[in-house]
Ligand binder design. Structure first.
Ligand code: ADP
Ligand code: MG
Length: 313
């Protein structure tokens, strides 16, 4: 199967909201809703660097889209479209079938249309997805908006995905944890509902402490986390005990939860909005004027676990 047949067979699907011109021309033409700004993000997955051999092609496709939708969500934006630049060693039908099914499973969950891309033969599998979304003019959530006094909130239960990856690689049967790594749930609805409520947001890809530190640095403030408030899943605690679960939650990556900050004045609005939509968020700390990230456990100072994943480190 050559390049054009491959695109037509696996990736060309008609339709999509706002798609004036989609796959098949030199470029996609997209209608942005009135009074909305375009938000563009991209993430690359390199085989062996960003995912282990144990992932199925469908998991890889799902993740390639989900990690991008997570970035869109962290901007408070609504995802609408994506492009796919795919470099693969061979046109393996089984791999492509699985990959496309996972890709569209993640996209369909959020009504996001594939509108173009590029397909090349390469020495290894490299997958770049670019997601495009939109947000009300001037209303996006940025890393730099955190103010001293803000409450720091987190979605979901962090640490599951890092433990799930370890289980996957060690062949341990922990279906819940492994699934949390295989199929990250981009917090798209939550992100959009934070517009006008949160002051700053980021998604947790490298680890809670590492990513929250990016918000604090960008905002020129600091924070204290209260370790006992961390929302640890029962499965994670049962798997590795409370102390290791907390470490995984603070330093482990791949969760794709949102960390965001809310002024005291907006806290009730947040709780109302998330309760109405059935979204699970937990207050884990407070922002302070003094730069840096600190942590307490039942009032006692604790060391902050160091750093998330860094390329070229
Ligand atoms: P060009 O030669 O103009 O770069 P291509 O031949 O690379 O165009 O692609 C043909 C059409 O197929 C374009 O509309 C492009 O956006 C789309 N396309 C190519 N690869 C993919 C892919 N992996 N997923 C979705 N669309 C793709
Ligand atoms: Mg091309």
């Amino acid at each position: 199967m050559h390049e054009f047949e491959l695109i037509e067979h696996y990736f060309h699907r008609a339709g999509g909201a706002g798609v004036a011109v989609g796959i098949g021309d030199d470029g996609a033409v997209l209608d942005l809703p009135a009074e909305r700004q375009l938000v563009a993000v991209a993430d690359t997955l390199v085989a062996g660097v960003h995912y282990p051999d144990e992932l199925t092609p469908a998991d890889i496709g799902f993740r390639a889209v989900a990690v991008n939708l997570s970035d869109i969500a962290a901007m408070g934006a609504t995802p609408a479209w994506f492009t796919l630049a795919l470099s693969i060693p061979a046109a393996d039908a089984t791999w492509l079938e699985g990959f496309a099914s996972g890709l569209f499973a993640a996209a369909d969950e959020h009504d996001v249309a594939l509108v173009g891309g590029d397909t090349t033969a390469g020495l290894q599998t490299v997958i770049t997805v670019q997601a495009l979304g939109h947000v009300a003019r001037g209303r996006c959530l940025q890393r730099s908006g955190c103010q001293p006094g803000d409450r720091i909130y987190l979605s979901g239960t962090p640490g599951d995905a890092a433990a799930g990856l370890a289980c996957l690689q060690n062949g341990e049967s922990q279906p819940y944890l492994v699934q949390r790594f295989r199929r990250p749930a981009a917090r798209v609805a939550l992100g959009a509902s934070l517009v006008g409520i949160a002051n700053a947001a980021i998604d947790v890809s490298d680890g809670l402490c590492a990513d929250l530190s990016h918000v604090l640095t960008a905002s020129g403030c600091g924070a204290t986390l209260e370790q006992e408030r961390l929302p640890l899943s029962a499965e994670l605690v049962a798997y590795c005990g409370e102390a290791e679960a907390a470490r995984s939650a603070l330093a482990g990556g791949d969760d794709y939860e949102l960390v965001f900050t809310v002024s005291e004045a907006n806290e009730q609005r947040l709780l109302q909005a998330t309760r109405d939509k059935g979204q699970f968020v937990t207050r884990i700390g407070v922002a302070e004027p003094e730069p840096g990230l600190r942590m307490t456990h039942n009032g006692q100072q604790q060391a902050v676990p160091s750093t998330g994943y860094r390329h070229f480190a």
